[in-house]
Design a protein around this ligand. Structure first.
Ligand code: ADP
Ligand code: ZN
Ligand code: ZN
Length: 752
């Protein structure tokens, strides 16, 4: 008996650290921590000579480790900061994305989880009664009497600070009244300040249409079933998808379940967040990178304890440790921003959502007007529940789409490099006359993409990335859009031939804005792109202004194409429909199609709208089908192309990217990795090594090897995964010099 007791008092734990090694380390747990230490608790422990914070990944009473056990030094949190399911998820990610657990944990948990934060608190006071000694109170304490009298005339709780106009020191006075039992005191915690992120609350009376009802009934049923239900909600723009999210989340909350809503761009959060806040109040927290570390840490802990039940945010919100998670909604599920490109793990929030959904038996709604080909294919294969919304709410007809052949335009007008065609100009004029609004999409920021010599044709490029620099007229600088390099030295003469015939060519959002000012001097414009989006507060104001009609034309990159809801915008102009069409990537067509289709959806959300697409390639199938808003045909064409080339979604893909400063080094080591992969298993194909399309980025040369595994022989991707896992164990990336970095990208979204 005694020995058993002693035995169980010894405990060891494995700890994972956020380092790039796969190893976990075993420690002895000092007696005083044994009761508290759990899987998911953060601890401080010695690692080499340093004291490092790690996370407990396993507990046991016997250790196989032969060496000397060092002690856990300290517990960082009194409670685990992740639960068992999130922990399981992290382990799955570590294996699936070939990333050390410690590094996964660093991605999953917010940085500086220990940062202190005290949210602002509002004190509330409510009238109870005048009490038995009211006369005495009147004589002795006139200030208290005044407050009590005032409160008795109010309905419900009043903010203590609002009593300042009656008395000085309202806090003390309310406290005295409370001690006498005459009032109730309450405290309301205010969520971390998100001023500038939320629109003022938007209230709406909703009576669902028959079509919406069918979708909702199906969703409720899945929610009630308590089973993992991956669902593709394919609804045209403006069909009421957002209203459906709100309703299904309301049902989940009523069942004591929690929800995550993932949005592709933080800049689009304000409107949807506003709609959610109006309905759910402070149960909803926004999760975004612009909150301070301490505020994020605080929200995380509130979520852990169940005080917050709805999280809205970009991709990392998928990790929010909600208790009893019932729903995950991924709005615009085809968006690439759901993929984390760097650092590892290179995860996709949709894949994570599906895995979390499996672990929590939750409803996972992937929603879009233009689903990704993967999700569309999964529906075709019967893997997803498929729900369709065909009608725009209020029976607004689809916009009419016009395609302008810019080559013809050139021939007819005799003007080269027109930015705004005569058709687009006429239609804009017409909108302004009716006080309606216009959205212009130009998927390139800056003033003019490139500075080119008119004589020899050479282009000013970034010395680190070898891509053309973009001119930004407001700041008068040339910028590299890959590495962020910026220079105010704008070459007057060509570096190659010394000609001074340097020209700004091409069109960015800033230039479009300038041209519009030139054409319509009285029209108010606003611009939304990566450059302006960095200031979220200003950006929200811009959107609000456009919504209020203070701005006539909204000009922007792909950001304007997505999710925004403006009733009075009846014309969308796509300034250059060809942008991105010819990138050598298997997804380039899909991407352009989705962008045009989405942008078209911005037009005429209440009134009938029009779309003008300007292109130099009017016969291109992507543009042709996008102009007809003919999704089905285009998706089928795109799918058969992918099948022919054996790309996603017909094959599982993993990309190994190798980069380094020296070109020949990169070459040598990529070859070596290729050799280490040896011959592939049956059904697995290995492409490369090849140079990446962007051969040099941020000063580093890049090469890659692509592995593909035909789904016919590898239904769930396990074959490819274990093939690569075995190669890893056999030392695939061992002995790389520190000057060479290799990354594994599972399910790459692009091969550029
Ligand atoms: P989506 O998210 O599919 O683009 P929204 O949910 O934003 O569509 O709906 C488009 C507009 O129509 C919004 O202003 C929304 O409030 C409104 N709407 C949709 N369905 C209804 C309904 N049943 N009753 C009232 N308004 C609705
Ligand atoms: Zn030149
Ligand atoms: Zn660069």
């Amino acid at each position: 008996m005694l020995s058993l007791h002693l035995f169980s008092a010894i405990m060891f734990v494995d700890v994972a650290f956020p380092i790039s090694s796969y190893r976990q380390f075993t420690y002895r747990v000092p007696k005083e921590f044994i009761d508290q230490i759990r899987v998911g608790t953060r601890v401080k422990a010695p690692l080499g000579k340093r004291m490092v914070t790690g996370i407990v990944v396993a507990r046991f009473t016997k250790s196989d480790y032969r060496g000397e056990h060092r002690n856990i030094k300290q517990l960082v949190d009194p409670q685990p900061v992740m639960d068992k399911k999130l922990w399981d998820l992290a382990q799955w990610m570590s294996s699936y994305y070939y990333t050390p657990l410690g590094q996964v944990v660093k991605t999953v948990l917010p940085a500086k989880l220990s940062a202190k934060y005290s949210p602002p608190i509002t004190s509330l006071v409510t009238f109870k009664s005048f009490g038995k000694d009211y006369e005495r109170l009147q004589k002795r304490a006139p200030a208290q009497t005044r407050v009590l009298q005032y409160l008795s005339t109010q309905d419900g709780a009043v903010q203590v600070s609002a009593l300042k106009h009656l008395v000085s020191g309202p806090n003390m006075i309310c406290k005295s009244l409370f001690d006498k039992g005459l009032v109730d005191l309450d405290e309301q915690i205010n969520l971390p300040d998100v001023t500038g992120f939320t629109f003022s609350k938007i209230y709406k009376k909703i009576v669902f249409t028959a079509e919406q009802r069918i979708v909702l009934d199906e969703l409720s049923q899945k929610l009630n079933s308590g089973k993992f239900s991956p669902t593709l909600l394919h609804g045209v723009t403006s069909s009421g998808k957002t209203e459906i999210y709100i309703e299904i989340v309301r049902q989940a909350l009523a069942m004591d379940k929690a929800a995550i809503l993932l949005l592709p761009e933080i800049s689009l959060t304000p409107q949807i967040a506003g709609r959610f806040r109006a309905v759910f109040g402070d149960q909803v927290a926004l999760w975004h990178s612009r909150l301070s570390h301490s505020a994020r840490a605080w929200i995380w802990k509130q979520v852990c304890t169940g005080n917050i039940n709805v999280i809205i945010g970009a991709r990392s919100a998928v990790f929010a440790p909600l208790k009893n998670l019932g729903i995950i909604i991924i709005d615009e599920e085809q968006e690439y921003s759901f993929k984390q490109e760097s650092p590892a793990p290179r995860y996709h929030a949709r894949d994570i959502a599906l895995m979390r959904g499996t672990l929590h038996n939750a409803l996972v709604i992937m929603s879009s007007a233009t689903p990704s080909l993967e999700s569309y294919y999964n529906h075709v294969k019967g893997k997803y529940i498929y729900l369709r919304l065909n009608e725009r709410y209020g029976s607004v007809p689809y916009p009419r789409v016009h395609v302008v052949d810019m080559i013809k335009e050139q021939e007819e007008t005799g003007k080269f490099q027109q930015v705004i065609s005569s058709m687009l100009m006429k239609k804009m004029e017409n909108r302004f006359a009716k006080s309606e609004q216009v959205i212009l999409l130009q998927n390139r920021r800056g003033f003019a993409p490139i500075l080119r010599c008119g004589d020899c044709g050479s282009v000013e490029t970034c010395t680190q990335c070898e891509v053309a620099l973009t001119y930004h007229s407001y700041e008068r600088v040339l910028k590299c859009h890959f590495c962020g390099y910026k220079t105010g030295k704008i070459a007057i003469a060509c570096r190659q031939c010394a000609s001074i015939n340097m020209k700004l060519l091409g069109t960015g959002t800033q230039k479009v804005e300038d041209i519009i000012h030139g054409l319509f001097p009285n029209v108010k414009t606003a611009r939304i792109d990566f450059d302006t989006a960095r200031n979220t507060v200003a950006m929200t104001k811009t959107l609000e202004k456009f919504a209020n009609g203070e701005v006539d034309v909204l000009i922007g990159t792909q950001m304007v194409a997505k999710g925004l809801d403006f009733d009075n915008a009846t014309l969308v102009g796509i300034v250059n429909g060809d942008t991105g069409l010819f990138l050598p990537d298997f997804r380039s067509g899909e991407k352009v199609f989705q962008l045009i289709y989405q942008a078209a959806g911005r037009s005429g959300r209440k009134k009938p709208g029009e779309v003008v697409i300007q292109t130099y390639n009017p016969d291109n199938p992507v543009l042709k089908h996008a102009a007809k808003l003919d999704q089905k045909t285009y998706y089928n064409i795109a799918l058969s192309e992918r099948q022919e080339l054996n790309y996603t979604p017909f094959a599982w893909m993993i990309r190994i990217e190798v980069e380094g400063i020296k070109k020949d080094h990169v070459n040598t080591y990529t070859d070596k990795i290729r050799k280490n992969l040896r011959s592939p298993a049956k059904g697995i194909e290995i492409l490369g090594p090849a140079n990446c399309y962007r051969e040099r980025l941020r000063g580093k040369y890049r090469m890659h090897i692509i592995l593909k595994s035909d789904k016919k022989y590898d239904t769930n991707g396990k074959k490819l995964h274990s093939f690569l896992q075995k190669r890893f164990s056999a030392g695939l990336l061992d002995k790389l010099p520190s000057s060479i970095k290799a990354f594994v990208d599972v399910n790459p979204i692009s091969v550029l």
